[in-house]
Design a protein around this ligand. Structure first.
Ligand code: GLU
Length: 309
């Protein structure tokens, strides 16, 4: 074993679409080609949206594609449980070590704040920072963000820096309805599960400094994982693939009798891992096609060609 521990961490809030499948394939490839362990973690922390039937479906869909994992909710492992809904005691223990305060700002009030260019979200102005909460509302808990710039070098996107206090503001660790925030849960889990390499969609690039800030505060001795934020999947027009492109989800493809090898080939072609004439491919065939030192080094992004699925 190389010491590499990678993971895929889907949220079971809907059918797995081709973009999710491609990210899963790349996370799997990165861990496997480097001789690492691959972990499947179910991010069902948002109990208003997560459904067990989506979890069952996505695990089935990923296996159908030809992916496998060494640890996960269905196979067990030494770092479990592998479902966030079963890890609340860990998040509570982490929360107890952070300086958090109750916030009763409404969603409408937060939505009315001006959006910043840095993250595309408003900066929290600290309205409830000094204890002026309103009675009668279940408060969210926000982290009193310590000052300082946080940065990292992404394997694919290069350097990325943020000053969290200035660019994001105090952010939510636990929602008013009791749901743990993704930002907290993901940091606790990646540290607890000794994840060394995180491969995920580029939509999460802006969340990473927040997570590194939390990581430093909670686990100063834990090594910072390496990150690769992979491109979001593009549709025929070169814009982000959407339902309008008529892209079916993975379950629909499987049920329609599509061949997984054709789906994997289309996904691999769309990041330039194989030449345009490769029409069928098993994930295991990719292992020898990439550099074992850096399996994602030559990733490109081109529109997904669904022809022949
Ligand atoms: N659960 C997140 C999602 O499905 C991914 C989180 C992560 O990879 O850090 O978008």
């Amino acid at each position: 074993m190389s010491g590499v521990r990678g993971r895929y961490a889907p949220s079971p809030t809907g059918p797995l679409h081709l973009g999710n499948a491609r990210t899963a394939l790349l996370a799997w490839l990165d861990a496997r080609a480097r001789g690492g362990v691959f972990v499947m973690r179910i991010e069902d922390v948002d109990f208003t949206r997560a459904r067990p039937e989506y979890e069952a479906q996505l695990l089935l869909d990923l296996r159908w594609l030809g992916l496998d994992w060494d640890e996960g909710p269905d196979v067990g492992g030494a770092f479990g449980p592998y479902r966030q809904s079963e890890r609340g005691d860990r998040y509570a223990a982490a929360l107890a070590r952070l300086d958090a305060y109750p916030c009763t700002c409404t969603r409408r009030e937060l939505r009315a704040l001006p959006v910043t260019s840095m993250t595309g979200e408003p900066v929290y102005p600290g309205t409830c920072r000094n204890g002026q909460t309103r009675p009668g509302r279940a408060p969210a808990l926000r982290w009193r963000v310590p000052p300082g710039r946080v940065g990292f070098v992404d394997r694919l996107c290069g350097e990325h820096h943020q000053d969290i206090a200035r660019d994001v503001g105090d952010f939510v660790l636990r929602r008013g309805d009791g749901a743990w925030a993704y930002q907290l849960a993901v940091v606790v889990d990646d540290a607890d599960m000794a994840i060394t390499d995180i491969v995920r969609g580029a939509d999460l690039l802006d969340s990473t400094p927040r997570q590194l800030h939390l990581l430093r505060a909670l686990y100063p001795a834990v090594p910072v994982p390496r990150f690769a934020h992979v491109p979001l999947i593009l549709g025929a027009g070169g814009a982000k693939l959407s339902k309008r492109d008529g892209a079916p989800d993975l379950g629909a493809l499987r049920e329609a009798g599509a061949s997984p090898a054709r789906v994997v080939a289309a996904l691999a072609r769309s990041v330039g891992l194989v030449p345009p004439d490769v029409r069928e491919l098993r994930p295991s065939e990719l292992l020898t096609a990439v550099s074992p030192a850096d399996p994602l080094a030559r990733l490109t992004s081109r529109p997904l060609d669904l022809g022949g699925l």
